[in-house]
Design a protein around this ligand. Structure first.
Ligand code: PEP
Length: 249
């Protein structure tokens, strides 16, 4: 059975007091018996404090790390350092890291390997820019992103992965993929997983939708047969909207 997941990517938002308050408010409003796994990816500077809070209902993950064990990488954080503060989940391949920080597919593959070797769970982002969709090349584009950085993992390792489909043209723009566009891509990703691994494995991997998902459109997106939840940017910065999305299954 696939896990239902709603994850908040806070990006470079919120100062300490607001971040801790929001984290606590979300955690205390969430019932342990809920069938949805909630995750927050806060700015790195808050990871230690947030991952030390005694909340079982909220997984705290890292937005980024550098794929080397240690050494002269000024400003970077290693996966073992994340592990040493109790973090067990990382986001890899977000379009903002690909676009603004030049994270190309080989580098992302190194990040994937580093995370897997250290026992981490990964939320791996993929998604096409607008010009690619306008040229009707989105399937080829997204499939390559998965093959280039992810599909070298073996089936056991793949079980540590959640895939987030985030069309770049929908991120932070207010434009959302239609349910047809979302389901078409999600079912294709599941078919590629079946082809590369097995039906058994593809039925275990959660595939999240991301891109201007909000309390008004989450229900219909999450009702798509191959959409297992969402990766939420802007709407995760406020308790009410994040929890409404989490209750949209
Ligand atoms: C994101 O950055 O992962 C994202 C989905 O952002 P937003 O929800 O703001 O479009």
């Amino acid at each position: 059975m696939r896990k239902k997941i709603v994850a908040g990517n806070w990006k470079m938002n919120l100062e300490l007091e607001d971040a801790l308050n929001l984290c606590k408010e979300i955690a205390v409003s969430t019932d342990k018996s809920t069938e949805v796994d909630l995750m927050i990816f806060p700015p790195a500077i808050y990871l230690y404090t947030m991952s030390s809070l005694p909340f079982e209902t909220l997984e705290i993950g890292a937005q980024n790390f550098y794929p080397a064990e240690k050494g002269a990488y000024t400003g970077e954080i290693s996966i073992t350092q994340l592990s040493s503060i109790g973090v067990k989940t990382v986001l890899i391949g977000h379009s903002e890291r690909r676009a603004y920080f030049g994270e190309h597919s080989d580098f992302l593959k190194r990040k994937v390997d580093s995370a897997i070797e250290n026992g981490f769970n990964i939320v791996f982002c993929c998604g096409e820019p607008l010009n690619v969709r306008e040229e009707n090349n989105e399937m080829k584009f997204v499939k390559s992103q998965l093959i280039d950085s992810l599909f070298h993992l073996d089936a056991k390792q793949m079980e540590q992965v959640t895939i987030a489909y985030e069309p770049v043209w929908a991120i932070g723009t207010g434009l959302t993929a239609t349910i047809e566009q979302a389901e078409e891509m999600h079912s294709s990703i599941r078919n590629w997983l079946t082809d590369a691994y097995s039906i058994d494995l593809s039925n275990k991997i959660s595939i999240l939708y991301g891109g201007s998902c909000n309390p008004d459109n989450a229900k219909e997106l999450f009702a798509c047969p191959n959409v297992d939840g969402g990766l939420i940017g802007g709407a995760s910065l406020e308790r009410e909207s994040f929890l409404k999305i989490a209750n949209s299954f």
